[in-house]
Design a protein around this ligand. Structure first.
Ligand code: FAD
Ligand code: SIN
Length: 519
């Protein structure tokens, strides 16, 4: 099938949905998502969204906290712009129907505090803020007559001049995006979507690693597509590991224990129940994430254990049950009463700070291709994202991209010369085990060699092993009918390659990139 739209959006998380709502008055919008519409990291966000809403806080303080967490390599002008725009974007979310918790009197937002923040500035909805944002935005999108949302449509590749038979390299100056090819996961057909402008809002790549808080759809598809289309990517060595995922080895994705719990007074403890953060940072359990995750990793390695603890018992029963109902219920299900028991935790891959390089309008290096949300690299996070700045970045850049796309679409024609996908001569690969086993190998090698602590030797090993996995998978790809699983595997391999390549090139320990050879 061939489809033609003005605005094509890949992804239905906070970035894709908020962009779609803004461009919808100016043309036909189609949102593709590879799973169900609500599935993505957005709905799992717990802590909330950071913004300066009252005079007790200031833009300067939020800017400073973001720059400090980013370890000196944020783009200062981007940080300033994003943080100053935050209150307007929050008010829009509220207008779309998103509810944030209010104070008892109901006149102010109730604000939480998280690691690296010098003030209470996290707007939240109990401990399930992302689910509330996703609900509010999806309802607004479903009721908009110009927006069509199509589930189980897997974007495979960005269409560029390459598909018109022209040679495209990373030095080609004017690579253009004409839309995407997408696999309809129900019919197994590959459809052609032609668009005047396209937004990638495909989220993160946590599934490159064995243990991750991100959902199964987070396989770095947007980044991998841009890599194949020869677009510019940046900062992928900065994978953020959240210090406190619930230790429950069989569960995928790993369930998050929000940092807001540490903001409310929960304390990290070692396997014997002793505090240890004083050995690492004077901000103790509320130090920025990179420092806390490394400290936990180190303590686990010294003691030879596979988890430590978060002690929330000091917070008080009422506050725990009412303020963190999702975590309370989840732990209880596993026999852990958080008002009485310490919570077993370990770090998990959580957020990719790098991604598709975009300018302040969300434009990638490929013309008519925008990116927003976790798949984009704006310069806001530098070497390490400050907690709750991700949802914020997503709405700010979705807005900027929308304003720019609305202008671009006016003078843009669809490219009707694009051919349909050619699957001739391909056979259905019957051996799923080839894919599932390779994916497991990839995740393990990334976890063991390219995780929280790296070294030159580990990165070299990872690179060599990845090379083999890459060759085997490309061979499979060249002879098989394309499936979602194979496509995701190729994308994970591409992301792993980019993380390793950028990690090897980074010759200093900064932010989330830490190598024992660079100490
Ligand atoms: P997502 O919400 O991940 O959505 C991605 C979308 O892209 C999905 O619809 C998916 O189906 C679609 N997609 C992907 N690939 C394809 C493809 N090939 N074809 C078609 N569709 C595709 N950040 C904060 O600021 N505050 C928090 O409190 C917070 N808590 C978090 C808690 C957890 C457990 C996790 C995992 C993350 C948390 N984060 C938080 C990070 C934040 O939630 C994410 O960075 C953010 O939600 C990403 O939004 P997004 O719109 O970019 O992508
Ligand atoms: C959390 O609630 O701890 C996650 C916040 C974030 O990832 O920004």
């Amino acid at each position: 099938m061939r489809y033609e739209v003005d605005f094509l959006v890949i992804g239905s998380g906070i970035a894709g949905l908020s962009y779609a709502l803004k461009v919808a008055p100016y043309g036909k919008v189609c949102i593709l998502c590879k799973g169900e519409a609500a599935e993505g990291s957005t709905r799992y966000a717990q802590g909330g969204i950071a913004a300066v809403m009252y005079d007790s806080d200031s833009f300067d303080k939020h800017i400073q906290d973001t720059l400090v967490a980013g370890d000196g390599i944020c783009d200062r002008s981007v940080v300033e712009m994003t943080i100053r725009e935050a209150p307007d974007r929050i008010r829009e979310l509220v207008q779309y129907g998103v509810n944030f918790d209010k104070s008892r009197a109901g006149d102010r937002f109730d604000l939480h505090r998280e690691g690296g923040h010098s003030e209470f500035r996290i707007l939240h909805h109990k401990d399930n803020t992302g689910a509330e944002i996703e609900r509010g935005l999806l309802e607004a999108v479903y009721s908009h007559p110009n927006i069509e949302i199509k589930e189980h449509q897997f974007a495979i590749d960005i269409i560029t001049q390459h598909h018109l038979g022209q040679r495209v390299t990373k030095h080609t100056p004017d690579i253009e995006c004409y839309g995407v090819y997408a696999l309809d996961c129900k019919t197994n057909q590959i459809d052609t979507y032609l668009a005047k402008v396209t937004l990638l809002a495909t989220g993160g790549m946590g599934n490159v690693y064995t243990t991750t808080t991100t959902p199964i759809v987070s396989t770095g598809d947007g980044v991998a597509m841009v890599h194949r289309a020869r677009g510019v990517l940046a900062d992928l060595e900065f994978m953020q590991f959240h210090p406190t995922s619930l230790y429950n080895p069989a569960e995928k994705p790993a369930f998050l224990i929000t940092e807001a719990m540490r903001g409310a007074g929960a304390i990290l403890k070692d396997h014997k129940g002793n505090e240890f953060m004083h050995k690492y940072d004077k901000r103790l359990s509320l130090a920025p994430r990179d420092i806390v995750a490394r400290a936990i990793d180190n303590e686990m390695k010294i003691a030879g254990v596979d988890h430590l603890y978060l002690d929330a018992r000091g917070i008080g029963k009422d506050e725990l049950i009412n303020g963190f109902p999702t975590i309370y219920a989840k732990c209880l299900e596993l026999g852990i009463n958080i008002t009485k028991d310490m919570i077993p935790i370990r770090p998990a891959a959580h957020y990719q700070c790098g991604g598709i390089k975009v300018n302040r309008d969300g434009e990638s290096s490929i013309h008519h291709l925008y990116a927003a949300g976790e798949c984009a690299c704006t310069g806001l996070h530098g070497g390490n994202r400050l907690a709750s700045n991700s949802l914020l970045e997503a709405v700010v850049y979705a807005h900027n991209a929308a304003m720019s796309a609305i202008e671009r679409v006016k003078s843009r024609q669809l490219c009707h010369q694009v051919p349909d996908w050619n699957a001739e001569g391909m056979v259905l690969n019957e051996e799923m085990v080839l894919i599932t086993q390779t994916k497991r190998e990839l995740q393990e090698l990334m976890w063991n060699y390219v995780g929280i602590v790296r070294s030159d030797l580990r990165l070299q090993r990872a690179f060599d092993r990845l090379n083999l996995i890459f060759r085997e998978t490309e061979d499979l790809y060249n002879r098989s009918v394309l499936t979602e699983e194979l496509s995701e595997l190729r994308n994970l391999i591409a992301c792993a390659y980019l993380i390793i390549k950028m990690a090897r090139a980074r010759r200093e320990n900064v932010g989330l990139h830490y190598s024992i050879d660079l100490v």
